[in-house]
Design a protein around this ligand. Structure first.
Ligand SMILES: Cc1ncc(COP(=O)(O)O)c(C=O)c1O
Length: 428
């Protein structure tokens, strides 16, 4: 809040496609899909119409003992779209809540199976899974975690397969293999006390849009099977077409034991999340009441009909329009426009997975020495963007692009032009 003595707070009154419009009529191109949620544009007419109709029909109903057709249809459609074997759906109401559900359900599964000694989780360095206490526990971004560390669970951290952290000249696939070897060592020593390994497939987003090779996920699935540990795929940010496939796990040809979805699930209109899991997990909880095996997790707004309806209409858009094909064209255009930055003296890395692209700003290219965080170079890019009608919100020294899928090539040009100007200004 102190920053806002100097940095204007932007009062947005309207959204239109990829644009946000403020109270003074100024327009900002939403280069980060309003925290990676928006897929098909702000105030999307299809989703708005579906919501209006749903609001006139059923806005909410208790989701215990009662159910409703929109949640049933949504669950069935998610089961059909997600990797094979994910046949059961648990609804929650935001990304962090989905992580809490997956962590608790994994622990409780093992408890119900007679493995009460499994109480810990393995997460990757640089990971981010949300900011409620459980989700923050399995996150490793110091900015968010450090202050609250005394309150948190103590997960084991395995080194991230982040390709940027590879040795000079090392291929992303080789980094992945090396990190799998470290994961194997950790599992060998700790599988007996480990419920699950939790990962953000392909892109560790809040940790700086760090990317890894799909072979890591393929190998991790095999390791989790071998050591009898669950695999939790947090597709909250990367799901729904962000990385080029509907779900990032598809690129590794794996099905996790738990898949967490949120953000784009409703096209970015309302908070909703879903945890998909297997029949095997479901069966471990299915018992007569007094057996006390039931999964206990109830949020008031679980399965909210409005949010579920927004999600259904989002899936209808995926069904009716060639979204992934169009994204491929847009991603190629974005890559082409960003390419000249590779030669920039303050750019150490330019990386992309589909509709996520990131530029790693450094003080020195050869040594990859970073700018001290107190210098807040990213903030300069943000401020430059506001002045030029673009919402870019760097993560530290990482400038990234994650626009809504309705963006045009011309709009991508605008984002990239503004970012390049901002970078020039920021490193000066
Ligand atoms: C990968 C990932 N997991 C979980 C979350 C938490 O979601 P929410 O902000 O809805 O709690 C986020 C949010 O950015 C995320 O990127």
């Amino acid at each position: 809040m102190h920053d806002h003595q100097h940095v204007p707070m932007v009062p947005i009154v309207r959204g239109e496609g990829a644009w946000l419009i403020d109270a003074g009529g100024r327009r900002y191109l939403d280069g980060i899909s309003s925290w990676w949620t928006n897929l098909f544009g702000h105030a999307n007419p299809r989703i708005a119409a579906a919501l209006a109709e749903q609001a006139r029909t059923l806005e909410h109903v208790i989701f215990a003992g009662f159910t409703h057709p929109v949640a049933i249809e949504l669950a069935e459609r998610l089961v059909a779209l997600t990797p094979q074997g994910l046949d059961k759906v648990f609804f929650a109401d935001n990304g962090s809540a989905a992580i809490e559900v997956a962590l608790k359900m994994s622990f409780h599964y093992w408890l119900n199976q007679g493995h009460g000694g499994k109480t810990r989780f393995i997460a990757l360095t640089g990971s981010y899974h949300g900011e409620t206490l459980g989700a923050l526990s399995v996150s490793d971004v110091a900015l968010y975690r450090k202050t609250y560390a005394p309150l948190l669970l103590t997960p084991m951290l395995a080194p991230s397969p982040d390709a940027y952290e590879g040795e000079p000249g090392e291929s992303p696939e080789h980094v992945a293999m090396r990190r799998l070897a470290a994961m194997r060592v950790l599992l060998e020593g700790h599988a007996h006390e480990t419920c699950a390994v939790i990962v953000e497939p392909l892109v560790q987003c809040a940790g700086g849009m760090r990317m890894h090779h799909a072979a890591f996920l393929t190998g991790l699935r095999a390791l989790c099977d071998q050591y009898n540990v669950h695999l939790i795929a947090d597709e909250i940010a990367v799901g729904f077409g962000r990385t080029g496939t509907l779900f990032a796990c598809e690129q590794a040809h794996v099905a996790p034991d738990f898949m967490c979805l949120s953000k784009g699930l409703t096209g970015g209109t309302l908070p909703l999340s879903a945890v998909l899991t297997t029949q095997q997990v479901y069966d471990a909880f299915y018992a007569e009441y007094n057996a006390g095996k039931a999964f206990l997790h109830s949020h008031s707004y679980t399965g909210n009909p409005l949010a579920c309806r927004a999600a259904l209409e989002t899936l209808n858009i995926f069904r009716d329009e060639p979204v992934l094909e169009r994204n491929r064209t847009l991603a190629t255009h974005l890559a082409r426009r960003l390419a000249p930055l590779r030669d920039h003296p303050n750019v150490a890395d330019l990386r992309q997975h589909g509709m996520i692209a990131a530029v790693e700003l450094v003080a020195d290219k050869a040594s990859r020495r970073t700018f001290p965080s107190e210098e807040r170079r990213g903030l300069r890019v943000y401020l430059h963007g506001l002045g030029r009608g673009a919402l870019l919100r760097p993560l530290g020294n990482v400038i990234y692009f994650m626009p809504p899928y309705v963006v045009s090539e011309g709009e991508i040009d605008h984002l990239v032009d503004v970012a390049i100007e901002g970078i020039t200004h920021a490193v000066a």
